[in-house]
Ligand binder design. Sequence first.
Ligand SMILES: Nc1ncnc2c1ncn2[C@@H]1O[C@H](COP(=O)(O)OP(=O)(O)O)[C@@H](O)[C@H]1O
Ligand SMILES: [Mg+2]
Length: 283
Amino acid sequence: MADAAERQADGSGPPGGSIAGGRRAATSDTASRDAGSRALEVVGVTRTFGALVALDGVDLSVGPGERRAVLGANGAGKTTLFNAITGDFPPTRGRISFFGEDVTELPQYDRIRRGLRRTYQHSLLFRGLTVRDNLFLASRGVARRRFSLLRPRGGDFAMAAAERLAGQAHLSRRLDTRVADLSYGEQRQLEIGMALAGAPRLILFDEPAAGLSPGERGNLVALLHGLPEHLGFVIIEHDLDVALKVVDRVTVMHNGRIFKHGTPAEIEADPEVQAIYLGGQHG
Ligand SMILES: Nc1ncnc2c1ncn2[C@@H]1O[C@H](COP(=O)(O)OP(=O)(O)O)[C@@H](O)[C@H]1O
Ligand SMILES: [Mg+2]
């Protein structure tokens, strides 16, 4: 796997104006592989809402430490796919495995305990509390089963974790600032910090750059590049300047189906993808 310096170099993008900057070449999603060694294996997942088929037989396979972008027009089914993976809305049909274990029927908390995390398209922060308190609560929440309320060291542990997470989210100087007083970009950074609590193994980011200024987007890219090497993520992102810089592979969805998988360079150059995605109908 690429080291941090190499990833940083990728993040600045190759010369010639291309924004594709995947860390390493990868084979097709359907290439031979050992299913037990995959971080995430989505097989034939369908989700209906009444007569609407929001997901239609979706297959997706993400390796440990892999970083994947999911692109697609509004309504393509990207968030519904995340909801199926996390258990927010279980699939109507199909199977989901996490590090070799079938989690299709597991409650959300049990998936979190296994290291699955997500951020939402809409903020779920405690606006009246400080950055430190939000990160403390996130750490306490995921450590609940290991550090009971009867053991005060659990609180010390979560307080130390809050400061470490603030560093990872580039918010060390804002630890005692109330969420309501943070900029919008800082709030999105805090959501990422909260998703890093505990021992995440795969994080699903749902449009983390939405609404950010160009400067804040640059900071987000740096933050994503700075995440621990072993930590994989799947990022839904309309801004290709962000998405293609931080991932190894790209999956394009269209009308609830997987349209294609490829490297960032392949996807950026693909005329069919440009027609359905870059044609301006996304938002
Ligand atoms: N809870 C829900 N109830 C009914 N329809 C939903 C629900 N969630 C999503 N949908 C529908 O499923 C389709 C896919 O939505 P979504 O996954 O949010 O798309 P994307 O994230 O790609 O923009 C859309 O037509 C949307 O209206
Ligand atoms: Mg969405």
